[in-house]
Design a protein around this ligand. Structure first.
Ligand code: HEM
Ligand code: HEM
Length: 152
């Protein structure tokens, strides 16, 4: 498995553990439901989305037969998504007590998280299409197979 695949899977599991811990804390201490948005994003953007990022980076190149469009960008994606979400979680928590400061931190984290998501969209999109040279070779291969089948 590539570094960024393992790192996304482990980040996802870490966000799951943190998110459910906060969930239990909120369940036991109802006043803490003011931090519901931290819980929601740790689980939906942290656990669910990071799991999808990691699994997709592993399987889409295998489904398509093309290498991931840019592996260094996937490493970059891991860092901005995780730093972004950590800032978002902090910003949502601060916003409960200080709307102005919380919003600055949240907006910064949100921008990084969104940039991470756009990187993912771009990399997967380009991987589905594949490099022009490999795409042509793959099509020639398929045409060849088709011919053989027709002859047989
Ligand atoms: C041990 C597991 C969990 C516990 C104890 C827990 C607990 C809670 C609590 C106490 C709330 C606040 C409800 C309120 O506002 O009164 C909440 C909200 C929420 N939780 Fe969890 N949760 C858990 C796991 C999850 C998971 C795995 C997800 C998603 C993958 C999730 C998604 C949400 C969402 C989306 C909300 C907000 C719902 C709304 O806006 O009304 N939770 N959870
Ligand atoms: C760049 C990424 C994201 C940013 C900046 C962001 C930001 C926000 C903000 C500002 C709110 C409203 C908070 C309020 O009511 O004051 C919100 C709510 C919510 N977001 Fe996100 N979000 C992001 C990604 C996601 C993703 C990927 C999911 C789900 C897969 C999600 C699920 C939710 C849900 C369910 C709520 C409503 C929670 C509730 O009211 O209990 N968000 N988000």
């Amino acid at each position: 498995m590539d570094w960024y695949v393992k790192a996304f899977l482990k980040a996802s599991l870490t966000w799951l553990a943190a998110g459910v811990s906060l969930g239990v804390a909120m369940a036991a201490h109802p006043l803490w439901t003011v931090y519901r948005l931290v819980h929601v994003h740790m689980l939906l953007l942290g656990f669910v989305t990071m799991m999808i990022y990691g699994v997709a980076y592993h399987v889409i190149p295998r489904f398509t037969g093309f290498p991931l469009h840019n592996r260094r960008a996937a490493v970059w994606h891991w860092w901005i998504s995780n730093i972004g979400l950590a800032l978002m979680a902090t910003g949502f928590a601060i916003r409960v007590h200080d709307a102005t400061a919380g919003t600055v931190v949240l907006a910064t984290g949100g921008t990084l998280s969104a940039l991470g998501a756009y990187t993912f969209v771009y990399l997967i999109w380009r991987t589905i299409d594949g490099p022009a040279s490999m795409r042509a070779a793959q099509q020639r291969g398929q045409a060849g197979k088709g011919k053989k089948l027709n002859v047989a």
